[in-house]
Write a protein that binds this ligand. Structure first.
Ligand SMILES: Cc1ncc(COP(=O)(O)O)c(C=O)c1O
Length: 403
């Protein structure tokens, strides 16, 4: 067996299952989960219809590079959303959801050769982070370094805390903006810093932007490619951005997204994907074309999240240190007393509400786990259900003995 598999950590939901195995959820209350970050708003019918109208595509193998019409639809969206003009043939590639693409890109980029001191290459990840970053790095033969999110700076990642000997071994850096779980959007000044570091050390930047269309401020979140263009890097050197329909268009089951950026990365990525067998089904391509070409459903979807967050956040703010994020569909709250696992366990036992302990989403690095003392709440269910969960959380906190 591949020994690198032994380096993988249990997934956060596996750890949650083990935590909850210790207790019995209150049977008098129906279960409400704010645990899994899976979109639950309805899929727009026109996307379903486009999928069902494309059965004919099943009769042929789809090309790994995707249909040119799909790549053009992705390019059109990038132009409308960010004002960017990319070449659909060399700078854009459809992927089967961003998860598989995040994983596969790391396998494409990392040179696992150890250096003269026997040290592996490094992948730098935000902390807390989406667990695929870590698994992808470990299975590619790299080590990981976790750069902390700083609550006092709107949860920005503090790239300055990465030591210079780590930068020297770094081959790839993950950016997650808007962040999961923090919802923070990375500003232009941070992008400038990261590009400068990339030029100095030669690492690739993988920018995970799958929450970019769910935002709460007037300004839509700055994209990585947009930041590069604003800073005069129109060839997107060493930068690749990951975009997904899952959250934008409420089609997590469709598995559709695309990557865009540096043509010098897209080319070997396509080669890797050809061998891996990562072509997107023609039916999914047809539905994806319809989805990327329509913006009205995205505006409606965003309005639903805005309304939900506007109702739920103030309720939780009465008892928790939490605020409206820049974007995404999570609340990232500090819990009273600071024990996130005990909070999640006892809330589940007493009020049958599931939240995810923040420490499960982060690793100890530089002497601390930056997820410790926080919980992630995914507001993906209907507003009424999220509100009921929030009210139960208020009751739970108010019922706790003051320490
Ligand atoms: C930060 C982040 N990136 C990527 C993904 C993967 O999304 P998909 O594969 O559906 O595009 C998720 C899913 O929850 C996520 O939270």
């Amino acid at each position: 067996m591949n020994p690198l598999l032994n380096r993988l950590q249990p997934y956060p939901f596996e750890r949650l299952r083990r935590l909850f195995a210790e207790v019995q959820a209150n049977p008098a209350l129906r279960p409400i989960s704010l645990g899994i970050g899976e979109p639950r708003h309805a899929t727009p019918p026109f996307i379903q219809e486009a999928l069902m109208g494309a059965f004919g595509a099943l009769a042929a193998y789809p090309p790994t590079a995707g249909d040119p019409v799909l790549r053009q639809a992705c390019a059109g969206w990038l132009e409308r959303r960010y004002g960017l003009k990319l070449d659909p043939a060399s700078q854009i590639l459809p992927v089967n959801g961003s998860r598989e693409a995040l994983f596969a890109l790391v396998q494409t980029v990392i040179d696992p050769t150890v250096d003269a001191r026997g040290q592996r290459p490094i992948v730098v990840s935000p902390n807390p982070f989406y667990q695929i970053y870590e698994g992808a790095a470990l299975l590619a033969g790299a080590d990981t370094f976790y750069a902390p999110s700083v609550p006092e700076r709107n949860f920005a990642i503090d790239w300055d805390q990465v030591p210079s000997d780590v930068w020297q071994r770094t081959q790839l850096v993950f950016v997650c903006s808007p962040g999961n779980p923090t919802g923070a959007v990375m500003p232009l000044s941070e992008w400038a810093k990261l590009f400068e570091l990339s030029d100095r050390h030669g690492f690739v930047i993988a920018s995970d932007e799958c929450y970019s269309e769910i935002y709460f401020r007037d300004e839509p979140p700055l994209g990585g490619l947009e930041a590069a263009a604003q800073l005069g890097r129109s060839d997107f050197k060493r930068l690749i951005a990951f975009t997904s329909l899952s959250k934008r268009s409420n089609v997590p089951g469709m598995r559709s997204g695309f990557v865009a950026g540096d043509a010098a990365l897209i080319k070997p990525f396509l080669l890797y994907r050809t061998y891996h067998g990562s072509a997107m089904s023609g039916m999914v391509q047809a539905a994806s074309i319809a989805a990327w070409n329509d913006e009205a459903h995205v505006v409606d979807n965003r309005a639903l999240y805005r309304e939900k967050f506007a109702q739920v956040t103030p309720v939780l703010q009465s008892v928790l240190d939490v605020r409206l994020p820049d974007a995404g569909f999570y609340l990232w709250a500090a819990v009273p007393g600071g024990d996130d696992t005990a909070f999640a366990r006892d809330l589940y036992a007493q009020y049958n509400v599931t939240v995810l302990p923040g420490s499960f989403l982060a690793r100890e690095s530089l002497g601390r786990n930056p997820g410790q003392g926080r919980v992630r709440m995914a507001l993906v269910a209907e507003t009424a259900e999220c509100l009921e969960a929030a009210q139960r959380i208020v009751q739970f906190i108010q019922s706790q003995p003051k320490s």
